[in-house]
Write a protein that binds this ligand. Structure first.
Ligand code: ZN
Ligand code: ZN
Length: 84
């Protein structure tokens, strides 16, 4: 089951479980669409895997299986890639 992490690992933007802007890799590294398109070029910086749109968990299932509240943030950010 997906953790549904609450934020973008690059820019720390909030990505609620119903966000259409959340992108994940196979390890569920989580990023926003903006960072994926303009900073990461569709590639996860942690595992080099591809990033896809995170599926939306229906609200009735979220009640039973709540989204993660543990924020994961890249220690160095993704700024180096943005500058490159
Ligand atoms: Zn972001
Ligand atoms: Zn990854």
């Amino acid at each position: 089951m997906l953790e549904l992490r609450p934020n973008c690992e690059c820019c720390d933007r909030d990505l609620p479980p119903d966000s259409a802007d959340a992108r994940i890799c196979t390890y569920e590294c989580t990023f926003c669409a903006d960072c994926v398109d303009h900073v990461l070029n569709g590639v996860c910086p942690n595992c080099a895997g591809n990033l896809v749109r995170r599926p939306i968990r229906p609200p009735q299932m979220l009640a039973k299986a709540p989204a993660s509240t543990r924020r994961v943030l890249a220690a160095a950010g993704c700024g180096a890639r943005r500058a490159a």
